[in-house]
Design a protein around this ligand. Sequence first.
Ligand SMILES: Cc1ncc(COP(=O)(O)O)c(C=O)c1O
Length: 361
Amino acid sequence: MDRTPGGAQTRSKQEGVFGLGPRYVQAAINQHVTVEGRDYVDWIAALAAVGLGYDWHTVGALTPYPLPTRREGEVAAELMEAVRFGDQVRWVTTGSEGTLAAMMLARRVTGRRKVVSLGYHGWHEAHLPGRDVVALPIGARSYAETVIDGGTAAVIIEVLRNEGRKDDARIAAEVEMLHDAARRVGALVIHDEIVTGFRWAVGGAREYLGLGVPDLAVYGKAMSNGFPIAAVVGPRYLMSHAHGISSTYGGWPPALEAVSQTIRVYKEREVVEHMWTLGQRLLTQCPGVLAGYPVHPVFVATKDYTTSEAALPYVKKAAEAGHLVHPSGFNIMLAHSEQDVDELSAAFGGISPASGAATPR
Ligand SMILES: Cc1ncc(COP(=O)(O)O)c(C=O)c1O
C-alpha cells in the first residue's frame, strides 16, 4: 500500500476515504466487484467513469500506431452525432487534460489569460487558483459574472452535479446568464460534461437542461465506459487552433473502440432512461438519507467532498450488506437491477426487498 502515495492513483480512492480500512479490488464484472475476497454490488462505477457495467468491451489492437487511423475521425463523427454538438474533436487521455486543452484553446483564440472556473476540472497546476485562474465553487453561478471582465479568455463550468431536479429551472437561468456575461466581453464558454455527459443525457447537462450551446465542451468518463480517453469538442473555427494540443496516446485505439462501442450501446439500449429510473427508485425508497439527481444520488448530509465523512456510517451499513458505495455519491449503471436497488435501500433502512413495503423508522 505504501509503494504509491496514498495507496491509490485517484484522490477519491485513497486510503481512509471509505472509513473501511484498506480496500483492494481484485475483479469487476457488470455491477459486481470482488474486494479482498468478498463480492459486492458496486455503486461507485469507477467514480462515474463506467456507465454500462465493468468489463463490457472487446477492444482490438492495444498499442498506438505510427500514423493516425481513420477511426480517430470516424469515432469523432459518432461522438458529435451522439452529443449533438461540434464540428471537430481532439482526443486526449484524461479529463484533466481535456479541460486544460479547452482552456488553452480559449487563451490562444482570445489572446487573453484569465479563466473563470466553476467546479472541479482537474488536478493540473493550470486548474489551481492563481493569477490566471479565478476558481469558484459550482454553486457560484449566480454571482460569477462579477469576476468576468475584458481580460477573461473563458468561463469553464460544471453545469450541475449534486443539486436536484427541483433546482433545474434556477440552474438553467443562472447558466444562461453566465453565457451572456461571457459573450458580452468576448470570453468563451466551456462546458465540462465529463461527469454529466452520458449520464444526465448523452449530450450532458446542456442537453438535459435545454441550454444554448457552449463554445467548447469536454467529455470523458462514461463516454468510454471506463477507458482512459477524453474529448474536446467544438466548432471548426475554434478547433482549428488545436493543432498544438498533442499527446502520444491521444486517440489510443482501444479507448477509441470503447467510445464507439459505448455509443452503440447507448443507441441500442435506453441507458440514460435506465439510470434515471433506477436512481429514482433508490431516491424514493430512501427519503431523508439520499437526495440529488436520480442519475447521481448523494447522501443528504453530503454538501461537498469535505463533508462526505458524515456519510461514513451509511457506507459501513452498505458494506455489511454487500454493497460498495462511495461517501461522495452513487453512480447508476446499466448493469444495475431493481433488485440491487431494493437490497441497497433495505441496508439503509428503506423498503424491505421481501415485502416491498417501507420499513417504519
Ligand atoms: C467534472 C470533472 N471534470 C474533470 C475531471 C478530471 O478528470 P480526470 O480525473 O479524468 O483527469 C473530473 C474528475 O473527476 C470531473 O469530475
